[in-house]
Design a protein around this ligand. Structure first.
Ligand code: ADE
Ligand code: ZN
Length: 334
C-alpha cells in the first residue's frame, strides 16, 4: 500500500517555488567548471564528491565558494540546463528560482542584463526540450547588507517583466532585520514585482511577523517556525499567505530532527497554504521526487493531497495569468 502511494507520488507533475539557482548546481557540474577554470575548490567537497559543510552557516560559505567558478553568462546558461534537467527528471513542470545579481555581474545592471539574457535563452531551450517552465526571482543576500541589496533590487526593478517576476530575500536570517530591506521591497513593488522573503527558518515567529509587516510579502520562504505561535498560524491562514516549505532542507540542516516531527502537516491542517520545494537540492541530498515520496511515506499523503499542494503552488506562482492558466491545465489533465 505504502509502495503504491510512493510510486504515485513520484510520478505526479510538480511545481516548485523555492529553489536557489546556484544551490541547485550538481557538485559534479561545479567540479567540472573548477577544472576548466583552474580554480581549486577541493576544500568544499567530501571524498564521495558531495558538498562538504558542517552547519547552515558553513553551508552559506561553501555555497559562495562554489559560485567562484560561475564567472560568465555562458556559465550560467550551462547551469540553467544542468538545474532544469534535474528538476524535469523529478517531474517538475514549473519552477521559480532565486537569482542573485551579486553572483551575476556583482550588482551592475548592464552586466546583470547579459547574465539574465543567457539564463533566459537556456531556459527557453529547456522549455522546448524538457517541457519545464522557469521564472526568476531576484534575491538579495541578507548578510551582504542592505546597501548591496539595494543594487540587486535595482537590477530587479530595471528588468522586471513576464520572466523576472519577483523579489526575495535569502541568506543569514540572524543578520539585519526585514525593515533594513524595506526600501528594496518598496522599489520592487513599484516596479510590479511580486514579493517573498525567507523568514521562520532560523528565526522564530517574530521573524515571520516582521517580514509580513515590514516587507509586505505575500509568500514566505520556509515560515515553518510560525507553528510556535498559534495566533500567527491563524493569521497566516486567514490572510492566505503562502509558505514555501522545504521539508528535506529543514531536516537535513537540523531544524527538525525527523520529517515526522516537521510541522508541514500541522500547518496544512490549520488551513495554511503550504507548498513543497527543495531549497538547494544537491546540498541537502534531495530532489522534488524525494520530497513528494518522503511526504507520502511519512504522513500517508495520497496523490490527491499531494496534487492539492501542487495546485496551491501553481496558484501562488508569480507568473502572468496566461502562463498560470496553462500550468493549471497541465496539472488538471495529468
Ligand atoms: N541561501 C541558500 N539556501 C538558503 C536557505 N535555506 N536559507 C537562507 N539562505 C539560503
Ligand atoms: Zn531558501
Amino acid at each position: 500500500m505504502k509502495e503504491e502511494l510512493m510510486e504515485r507520488a513520484a510520478a505526479l507533475p510538480k511545481v516548485e517555488l523555492h529553489l536557489h539557482f546556484e544551490g541547485g548546481a550538481p557538485p559534479a557540474f561545479i567540479r567540472g567548471l573548477a577544472k576548466e577554470k583552474h580554480v581549486d575548490l577541493s576544500g568544499i567537497f567530501n571524498a564521495d564528491g558531495s558538498y562538504a559543510y558542517r552547519d547552515f552557516w558553513h553551508f552559506l560559505s561553501v555555497y559562495e565558494a562554489a559560485t567562484q567558478v560561475l564567472q560568465t553568462p555562458e556559465d550560467f546558461a550551462r547551469l540553467t540546463r544542468a538545474v532544469l534537467e534535474e528538476s524535469a527528471a523529478s517531474g517538475v513542470i514549473y519552477s521559480e528560482t532565486f537569482l542573485s545579481p551579486e553572483f551575476c555581474g556583482g550588482g551592475d545592471v548592464a552586466a546583470w542584463r547579459e547574465y539574465l539574457h543567457a539564463i533566459r535563452e537556456a531556459a527557453d531551450a529547456a522549455e522546448r526540450d524538457l517541457g519545464i517552465v522557469l521564472r526568476g526571482i531576484v534575491t538579495p543576500i541578507r548578510h551582504f547588507g542592505p546597501e548591496r541589496a539595494k543594487r540587486s533590487a535595482l537590477c530587479a526593478a530595471e528588468t522586471a517583466d513576464d520572466w523576472l517576476v519577483g523579489l526575495g530575500l535569502a541568506g543569514d536570517e540572524k543578520q539585519c532585520k526585514p525593515r533594513d530591506f524595506a526600501y528594496c521591497f518598496d522599489m520592487a513593488r513599484e516596479a510590479g514585482l511580486r514579493l517573498t522573503a525567507h523568514a521562520g527558518e532560523w528565526g522564530g515567529p517574530d521573524s515571520v511577523r516582521d517580514a509580513i509587516a515590514d516587507l509586505g510579502v505575500e509568500r514566505i520562504g520556509h515560515g515553518v517556525r510560525a507553528i510556535e505561535d498559534p495566533a500567527l498560524v491563524e493569521r497566516i491562514a486567514e490572510d492566505g499567505i503562502v509558505l514555501e516549505v522545504c521539508p528535506g532542507s529543514n531536516v537535513f540542516l537540523g531544524i527538525y530532527p525527523t520529517l515526522a516531527r516537521h510541522p508541514i502537516a500541522r500547518l496544512r491542517d490549520a488551513g495554511v497554504k503550504v507548498t513543497v520545494s527543495t531549497d538547494d537540492p544537491p546540498f541537502f541530498h534531495t530532489t522534488m521526487k524525494k520530497e513528494y515520496t518522503d511526504l507520502a511515506q511519512t504522513f500517508g499523503w495520497d496523490a490527491e493531497t499531494l496534487s492539492d499542494i501542487t495546485r496551491t503552488a501553481a496558484e501562488a506562482a508569480f507568473c502572468d495569468a496566461a502562463t498560470k492558466e496553462s500550468l493549471l491545465k497541465r496539472l488538471e489533465t495529468a
